[in-house]
Design a protein around this ligand. Structure first.
Ligand code: NAP
Length: 274
């Protein structure tokens, strides 16, 4: 039986994907931040669940311990938790919140699960965004975006970081059986951007909301990558703008030096080695 771990499964795209996977023959493990919301989705889907607030890396480490202890295999890790936030906000770990929640926390979680993922020849599915191309412009000397923070720029950089991480994972681990992919889920009417002063707050929570696709449609795109066959349905190391087409994204994503340097600086910030 496949074991599927989905972060950000308490709401929006992650919760919709979980509901769609509920009737499949898989062990489904949902990760959320809010106890009430996560428990409600878990009960509706018959899934297991665990809690972790990604603004606290000690909670990410605890989550990884629980998963390593309770899972003899992990076939799919869907790093989906994230969003656009106001800022800059310093987390208890000393990093900027948008950068930590969207990138550093899933980077650390994947690192702490890497043995299990390699043993299972797993797929790591990263929910990125078209925002990587529209707003991303990473300064390797200021990954936190302390200088000139705007919610859009910080979000674009963080979703570009998801793509750089996908490529880094592919480069390091694909030869050992692990596959990785990043994708844009569409512009989906979820709780996205609820907590920001960006104009996206008005787009996602005002009259324009009716032009967005439904959470079910966004969830189906995540499910497509979770269920898909690496090397068949999707190609490892790539970013998909739509479910079936490798998308053009930020030009920084095609610079191997930036991929490697971003990986190394993330590891240095967390004081970890792969
Ligand atoms: N909606 C879009 O149009 C769109 C477009 C491109 C990419 N995306 C990406 O899609 C992913 C899912 O977003 P969504 O649209 O489904 O938004 P959502 O409805 O706000 O769901 C976001 C999920 O991430 C969780 N999360 C947020 N902050 C967290 C934290 N500090 N620690 C742990 N979990 C946290 C949320 O938990 P709570 O329930 O506790 O808030 C929720 O489960 C994100 O990575 C987002 O960047 C969305």
């Amino acid at each position: 039986m496949r074991t599927i771990v989905i972060t950000g499964a308490s709401d929006g795209i992650g919760a919709a994907a979980a509901r769609q996977l509920a009737d499949t023959d898989a062990r489904l493990i949902l990760i959320g931040r809010s106890p009430e919301k996560t428990q409600a989705v878990a009960e509706a889907t018959g899934a297991e669940y665990h809690l972790a607030d990604f603004t606290r890396l000690d909670e990410v480490r605890r989550l990884a311990r629980v998963l390593n202890e309770s899972c003899s295999r992990i076939d799919v890790l869907a790093n989906n938790a994230g969003g656009m936030f106001s800022g800059p906000v310093t987390t208890p770990d000393g990093f900027e919140k948008t950068f930590q929640v969207n990138h550093l926390a899933p980077y650390l979680l994947t690192h702490l699960l890497i043995d299990r993922l390699l043993d299972s020849r797993a797929a790591v599915v990263n929910t990125s965004s078209i925002g990587a191309r529209l707003f991303g412009n990473i300064d390797l000397d200021d990954l936190n975006n302390w200088q000139g923070f705007t919610p859009n720029k910080a979000y674009g950089d963080a979703k570009l970081a998801n793509i750089l991480f996908t490529k880094g994972l592919h480069e390091r681990f694909h030869a050992r059986g692990l596959s990785s992919v990043a994708f844009h889920p569409g512009n989906v009417a979820t709780n996205f951007a609820a907590d920001t002063d960006s104009y996206f707050q008005r787009v996602y929570h005002g009259v324009l909301k009716r032009f967005l696709i439904s959470p079910q449609q966004g969830g189906a795109r995540l499910r497509h990558f979770i269920d898909g066959k690496p090397g068949g349905t999707w190609a490892s190391g790539e970013y998909y703008g739509t479910p079936r087409r490798i998308g053009s994204t930020n030009r920084q994503a095609s610079d191997p030096e930036i991929v490697r340097e971003h990986w190394q600086r993330s590891a240095d910030m967390l004081d970890i080695g792969w």
